[in-house]
Design a protein around this ligand. Sequence first.
Ligand SMILES: N[C@@H](CCC(=O)N[C@@H](CSS)C(=O)NCC(=O)O)C(=O)O
Length: 240
Amino acid sequence: MIFRQLFDRESCTYTYVLGCEKTREAALIDPVLELVERDVQMLDELNLDLKYAVNTHVHADHIFGNKAIKKILPEVKSVLGEEGNEEAMADIRLSEGDVLEVGETIKIEFLSTPGHTNGCHSLVVRDGPTTMVFTGDTLLVRGCGRTDFQQGNSKSLYKNVHEKIFTLPDDTIIYPAHDYKGRTMSTVAEEKQYNPRLTKSLDEFVDLMDNLGLPYPAKIDVSLPANLVCGLHDVPPGAK
Ligand SMILES: N[C@@H](CCC(=O)N[C@@H](CSS)C(=O)NCC(=O)O)C(=O)O
């Protein structure tokens, strides 16, 4: 598989390029509006034909890149998980267990992992002997997504991480949607051992999440309405 991990310094978001070596068809995971030109240039340089812009959830901290991508590449389809995203727009919606095929070699399996938001999904990709999971904001390196808006629920997050992500093989590589400390990836084994939140008991975890005291993301008021219509709105002046 052709694979790239790209970073947005402003929102600390990772965008991923997955490309099929055989057909050159590709998917982007979690593209950010302001960095679409960078992403499209990267795809072009890698001789990849973008088919899908997949979002792990309706993000609160940045606007999807979908609209800007479709302006450049009108055939690209937006993809979102079905569960919990009934009010959000997307060209393709996939439910728990569904697989998005990209070219001949890439299969992206959708897992419904609500908790950070009620519409969060994690994406499992198997590449030969390697399993990788794109966890969005459900599981971060040594952390996890907050649960204080968008129908967040700390009990669900804990249950979904333990039952759906921590049951993947120990050497599964975890690629998160964000990191705020410069880390790029982890593994299931590492997070089972060292994640300071998810190694707690459920009650301790719920208490911790209830008391994080984080300020709301700076762009939440523009990002949520924009992303509910799949980034297909007119971006208000000054929203960048
Ligand atoms: N300062 C950032 C927002 C930081 C933040 O709240 N990140 C979210 C994921 S993006 S909604 C989160 O879940 N963080 C978990 C944590 O423990 O930090 C901004 O203003 O955009």
